[in-house]
Design a protein around this ligand. Structure first.
Ligand code: ADP
Ligand code: RBF
Ligand code: MG
Length: 149
């Protein structure tokens, strides 16, 4: 069963495995296990799109992976957010607010890292389009104070 969306999550950005930017060319801001465990139990693993804000900065489009990453077979569930914006520096220790707006797909296993990277890039394009729809922008305005983009 799909969880009821939109779903709002907030917490500190912590160190993950360091694989996102180095191996996949796609940095993902990770939450601590404590934040992950506080989420509603009916959240199903998968790739979501939505909105994200670091501290009191601008609100950006994002894609988030929720689950165990079958390709890497993680032992614990993680929630990782890729913000669709180039930041000048890392923001470990910052507060990250996200709103999961919609579900893109189930988590998958892949036969190569190249196919995972290709799929992630497709996810980013799909998310970008879906977040341009008025109903997605409406959710951004409901959850975040209005700021110039
Ligand atoms: P880790 O395994 O520690 O999560 P990553 O390689 O996934 O490492 O990189 C994530 C870190 O990169 C984030 O915690 C954040 O500090 C930084 N970062 C820089 N740009 C972005 C971005 N656009 N989206 C997410 N994180 C970013
Ligand atoms: N990991 C998987 O094992 N399977 C997936 O289908 C998958 N999809 C992802 C989609 C997006 C948009 C992002 C940002 C990550 C995805 N990941 C997936 C997680 C990826 O393996 C993880 O970000 C790296 O292992 C770095 O922690
Ligand atoms: Mg990460």
């Amino acid at each position: 069963m799909l969880p009821s969306l939109p779903l709002y999550i907030e917490g500190e950005v912590v160190k993950g495995f360091g694989r996102g930017s180095k191996e996949l060319g796609c940095p993902t801001a990770n939450y601590s296990l404590e934040v992950v465990k506080r989420m509603p139990k009916n959240v199903i693993p998968g790739v979501y799109y939505g909105w994200a804000q670091v501290d009191s900065g601008a609100v950006y489009k994002m894609v988030a992976n929720v689950g165990w990453c079958p390709f890497y077979q993680n032992k614990e569930m993680s929630v990782e957010t890729h913000l669709m914006h180039e930041f000048d520096s890392d923001f470990y220790g910052s507060n990250l607010k996200i709103v999961l707006v919609g579900y893109l797909r189930d988590e998958l296993n892949f036969d190569s890292q190249g196919s995972l990277i290709a799929q992630i890039n497709e996810d980013i394009q799909n998310a970008d389009q879906k977040l341009d729809l008025p109903e997605a922008k409406e959710i951004k305005n409901q959850y975040f104070y209005k700021k110039a983009d």
